[in-house]
Design a protein around this ligand. Structure first.
Ligand code: HEM
Length: 501
């Protein structure tokens, strides 16, 4: 009896002792305490600074001599923050880092199995990414049809703004801008995926928006409390966020499943496919659920496209407009170029892009402001490997710290100001070689063409028709952004005035 107790105590002590040991040559970082790792330190710094990226910066300054990498452990998860530009290029282009994290968090979001395209790896990811890209093209993705969809949405947006202005006496209106673009961006994607567009006031759109809001509120780029400490999902499901996480995912699952059922009911094999869901249903009808193809996978892909494609674009745009309201001179230059190249009798199109370097530069500056305040999608080392001279054990989560290079003072002087000119040289667009806000390598963003198309069309169409000014008597839009899984511009309003054309 005594011997058994002693053995348990010794085993526990040994476990706790080894639990604080870092692998040899692991990137520098704070000390690990048993079970927690350095969770407490990160949590406190995040509370103090208000932002995850600031907490990472403070820890990097304190622990990492050259600042290249920062090695952390939160609960069971080893996490490496990749700070420098060179190390990021090395990491993103090395197949040893082509994994996505595994574990309860990544399985629960797709109903117990790893599915989808955003947070998967291996054969499933390769095959489904290829399939998605190939077939979305049939519905315009990366082609002319994509532009038509974006232009249609932009004209709905203009119409809706005129309506608000009309209700307000016809001269101007004060409009909440920070989430104004969400609906229209969502529509461009959902049109291709499921052939559906919603009006902003549509109850289904409201459901979808609130679902996406909850989805993002429940996570951040390094996971959630229950993913680092899985035991909490059983002993403290509410406190650890597990219950809400499951609840939100059940609701989105239901929403997408219902749409899938409607598609299946009206599916006619003799008719041409109308959207991506139809294509996928055809494959399932012809072959059944084989290999990586299943209804669950289709639903997971739809969810991933929402997560990866909507917030990124609409939040980039809200950063853009928060700056445009502050910087009237930038807005005027953009409008001058639009008036000169597009005029007033037609709407901007993608063909105008090469002739509109200033507006094109605005698009890149707005993506820089968005990605420059966040981390990339997490990667995972698929085997023991090395990065920037440090040892990275298999299954370590590895995260690109985009803030470090997109907000770097040397690459982008005065980085927090909005200066499209930084992307221009002798009046032409000139992007730095090392500017990759959409990532690099095999996991590079698959929606960058759509993202850029939407931002260009939406921004130029809005600026062609309206000016966005500070609301008299109210403070300018704040430059202090809101932290989260993806960063948001702080809520702001603009005085929107139709332009005399
Ligand atoms: C301003 C807009 C956008 C930005 C800044 C952006 C940025 C990124 C970044 C940095 C990654 C991670 C790359 C990596 O893991 O190494 C990514 C991945 C991804 N993005 Fe985007 N994105 C945008 C728009 C979109 C859109 C519109 C879609 C969908 C149509 C989309 C779909 C995806 C998907 C599916 C992935 C995962 C790719 C993979 O793992 O193979 N993104 N994006």
């Amino acid at each position: 009896m005594w011997l058994a107790a002693l053995t348990i105590v010794v085993a526990a002590c040994l476990y706790l002792y080894f639990d604080t040991h870092k692998p040899k040559k692991f990137p520098p970082g704070p000390k690990w305490v048993p079970i927690l790792g350095c969770a407490n330190e990160i949590y406190k710094l995040r509370e103090k600074t208000g932002y995850l990226y600031k907490a990472v910066r403070e820890l990097s300054l304190a622990h990492s001599k050259d600042g290249t990498l920062l090695g952390l452990r939160i609960g069971k998860d080893r996490i490496v923050m990749v700070n420098s530009l060179e190390a990021n290029k090395e990491m993103l282009l090395n197949e040893d880092f082509d994994g996505r994290p595994k574990g309860i968090f990544y399985q629960t979001r797709t109903w117990g199995k790893r599915r989808g395209v955003l947070l998967t790896d291996g054969e499933l990811w390769k095959e489904q990414r290829r399939f998605l890209l190939r077939h979305l093209k049939e519905f315009g993705f990366g082609r002319r049809g994509m532009e038509d969809i974006a232009r249609l949405e932009a004209s709905h947006m203009v119409h809706d703004v005129f309506e608000i202005v009309g209700q307000n006496g016809g001269k101007s209106a004060v409009i909440q801008m920070h989430n104004f673009f969400n609906v229209y961006i969502l529509n461009t994607l959902w049109t291709m995926m499921a052939g559906i567009r919603y009006k902003p006031c549509d109850p289904q759109m409201k459901v979808l928006q609130s679902l996406l809001f909850d989805l993002f509120a429940a996570i951040d780029m390094v996971g959630a409390l229950f993913s680092h400490f899985p035991i909490l999902s059983i002993v403290a499901p509410t406190l650890s966020g597990y219950k809400d996480f499951v609840g939100t995912h059940k609701r989105i699952w239901k929403f997408l499943r219902e749409e899938l059922e409607r598609h299946k009911e009206r599916f006619d094999p003799s008719q041409e496919d109308r959207d991506f869901m139809d294509v996928y249903i055809r494959v399932l009808k012809n072959k059944g659920e084989v290999d990586t193809y299943s209804e669950g996978q289709l639903v997971a892909m739809c969810m991933d496209m929402f997560m990866a494609g909507t917030e990124t674009t609409s939040k980039s745009m809200s950063f853009c407009f928060s700056y445009l309201v502050r910087e009237e001179a930038v807005q005027k230059k953009a409008q001058e170029e639009i008036d000169r190249i597009v005029g007033k009798d037609r709407r901007p199109s993608l063909e105008d892009r090469p002739n509109m370097p200033y507006n094109e530069a605005i698009l890149h500056e707005c993506v820089r402001h968005f990605m420059g305040r966040t981390f990339g999608v997490p990667h995972r080392a698929v085997r023991d490997t090395w990065l920037a001279g440090y040892f990275i054990p298999e299954d370590t989560m590895v995260l690109s710290n985009f803030t470090n290079f997109l907000m770097d003072e040397v690459m982008f002087p005065d980085p927090y100001s909005f200066r499209p000119e930084r992307f221009l040289s002798e009046g032409k667009l000139s992007l730095p070689e090392d500017f990759f806000p959409f990532g690099l390598g095999k996991h590079r963003c698959l929606g960058d063409v759509l993202g850029k198309c939407n931002i260009f069309i939406f921004t130029t169409t809005m600026l062609q028709r309206f000016s966005f000014l500070p609301v008299p008597g109210e403070p300018l839009p704040s430059l202090v952004h809101v932290d989260g899984a993806t960063p948001s511009a702080a809520p702001f309003t603009a005085l929107v005035i139709p332009r005399e054309l």
